[in-house]
Design a protein around this ligand. Sequence first.
Ligand SMILES: [Zn+2]
Length: 258
Amino acid sequence: MKFILTGTASGMPVAHRRHASLVIEDGEQRVLVDAGDGTSAALLAAGIALASITRIVISHTHPDHVTGLPMLLQGMHIAGRTEPLPISVPPGRVQWFREWLRGMYIYAEKWGFPFQVQQYGDIPASEGGLRIAPFPNRHLEKVRELAARHDVPADSYSLHVSSECCSVVISSDIASLDDVAAAAAGSDLLIVDGTHVLQDEIFAFAAAHEKLAVICTHIPPEIEPGLMALRERSAEEAGGRVLYAYDGMQYLLERTKT
Ligand SMILES: [Zn+2]
């Protein structure tokens, strides 16, 4: 299983990173997780043809995780894609996505490829041995009350990704490390939100789980000047197991089970 961290910025636009997206490669599967601003360009910069994406999974609907989606669909259409494309979104948000895309003249019957916006449970969690299981986190708790007044659900999700080789947790945005600690404890890799989790907590978690590799992404501008020092700290304290993402970074997880 290979992970390509195509977009590694936080919610703050910066010149040298694009917003949240990553690609999971496993066999024939190439799954895009989130589609923040600039995702199409981020994929192309990483050498990934837009047409090669087999499925899209959206963790939540903050702008830095979804605003690249319509452009990506447009790019696939213009490039002549014909393969169907399932797009998994959080429960309760299907109609909103459909309306949003419809308002941009993105209609399934006009588009060159059938795309299907469906909530998580309506698309099989497993495809070709790759299983992607979303589980809820508390990232949007802080807006739940206000969102309810606007008639919008405030649910956000982390993902448990597994295949016969390995087990990975992608936190996407979370409220704190507690949201993913139980799932990540038994996993091989944790891809974690560097904006909402303190670096000391990430290092403490890595120290407590000696076989776990951690990739910190969603990098906020305020930790950028300290990244070199954090990488040195990782080498000294964590055997280099805490990594800091940059756009286009690749991480290969190979079979560990016998
Ligand atoms: Zn968010």
